[in-house]
Ligand binder design. Structure first.
Ligand SMILES: [Zn+2]
Length: 233
């Protein structure tokens, strides 16, 4: 009888798969890592080999430089690779571009490591896909019922109402550079805002990467080159 901890167990470096000899989202450099998505608390540089979606590898390359790992192994959503008898499949997590749940199968036992995920629609990445499994290892950053996020489209509509009401004022939105910023920009486009959006320099390369992967962010301009009058318009 196989126990879950025979397949995946916590170690100081991160969640370790002994039969496959790899880690999922390790916090320290390891020989072989499966990375769920590009956020810095999951994706670190210095591993021997990184297996991830092509988008996550591109994000890591953008953030850490091309030599962020010895070797890269890209697998698309739904593809399965077998390593030392352990099957690994990456399935959409609906969190940011390229984000994936790691589905690990071995001797009839299926375990899913969710990584960060959300079940709400996000116009910048494919939706979270539930996978039948024996053990689900879940992130739960906002898991407590006390967290009740409002409807994102309603929030964007509220923002655009304010822009209409106070056209002489700049509206500044603070958002995490990978994922959140592009989601808000995309939601603004869906709500009909087709004018230039000025962005902080820290967002430029990731915005370009999203665009390259087919997420249309519309007209953007760097904030530092935007004149004061432009911001007021
Ligand atoms: Zn994340």
């Amino acid at each position: 009888m196989i126990r879950p901890q025979d397949l995946l167990c916590p170690k100081p470096e991160g969640l370790y798969c002994a039969p496959g000899d790899f880690y999922v989202d390790p916090v320290r450099p390891v020989d072989r890592a499966v990375i769920t998505h590009g956020h810095a608390d999951h994706a670190r540089s210095g591993h021997g080999t990184v297996l991830a979606t092509p988008e996550t590898l591109a994000i890591m390359g953008e953030r850490y430089g091309r030599d962020f790992t010895g070797q890269q192994q890209a697998i698309g959503y739904g593809e399965t690779i077998s390593h030392k008898g352990v099957e690994i499949t990456l399935v959409p997590a609906g969190h940011v571009l390229g984000s994936a749940q790691a589905v690990v199968r071995w001797k009839g036992l299926t375990m899913v490591v969710s990584g960060d995920y959300k079940r709400r629609r996000d116009p910048t990445c494919p939706p979270f896909e539930p996978v039948p499994c024996d053990v689900f290892i879940s992130e739960a950053t906002f898991g407590l019922p006390v967290f009740r996020h409002p409807d994102d489209r309603e929030e964007v509509a509220r923002l655009l109402r304010s822009v209409q009401q106070f056209p002489e004022r700049s509206h500044i939105i603070g958002a995490y550079a990978l994922g959140k910023a592009q989601r808000i920009i995309r939601l603004l486009r869906e709500a009909g805002w087709d004018r230039t959006i000025y962005v902080h320099g820290a967002l430029e390369r990731l915005n370009a990467l999203y665009q390259k992967h087919g997420v249309d962010l519309g007209p953007l301009a760097p904030r530092h080159r935007g004149r004061q009058e432009e911001l007021r318009r």
